[in-house]
Design a protein around this ligand. Structure first.
Ligand code: 13P
Length: 138
């Protein structure tokens, strides 16, 4: 599965702890991230991560584009709900696209743990069914 990992600055420590704790699951998937988040996670865990631009420079929009193309299967986005972000419209757009395209989304650690365990159990295999169906229609 293609998984996007994103965290605002106040939540970066938390996403590194999350990625470290679940490295054994994450290593079986293709990982994507906004610039700084991706660098910090790969430095801490050694996981290979495709890095987009930093969030304020367009990284959220790049991940949004992947969702619009149905190329992202899960989004884990540790948002900072207490600090205004200069790129708030990009963040809202990304969350909106998850809803438009029915992409599993967690915006905090508690939700992320549920999603990652469900992923490991195979609960998201329906994503492959949808993708296969789309391929057949092309
Ligand atoms: O701002 C972000 C998400 O909105 C995250 O960007 P960075 O990972 O580059 O800090």
């Amino acid at each position: 599965m293609n998984i996007a990992l994103i965290a605002h600055d106040e939540r970066k420590k938390e996403i590194i702890q999350f990625a470290t704790a679940y490295t054994n699951i994450l290593k079986n998937h293709q990982l994507f991230a906004t610039g700084t988040t991706g660098k910090k996670i790969s430095d801490a865990t050694g996981l290979p991560i495709h890095r987009f631009q930093s969030g304020p420079l367009g990284g959220d929009q790049q991940i949004g584009a992947k969702i619009a193309e149905d190329e992202m299967d899960m989004v884990i986005f540790f948002r900072d709900p207490l600090t205004a972000q200069p790129h708030e419209p990009d963040i809202s757009a990304l969350l909106r696209l998850c809803d438009v395209h029915q992409i599993p989304l967690a915006t905090n650690l508690a939700g992320a743990e549920i999603l990652i365990r469900a992923l490991d159990r195979g609960d998201f295999e329906w994503r492959n069914v949808i993708k296969d169906k789309k391929k057949d229609q092309e």
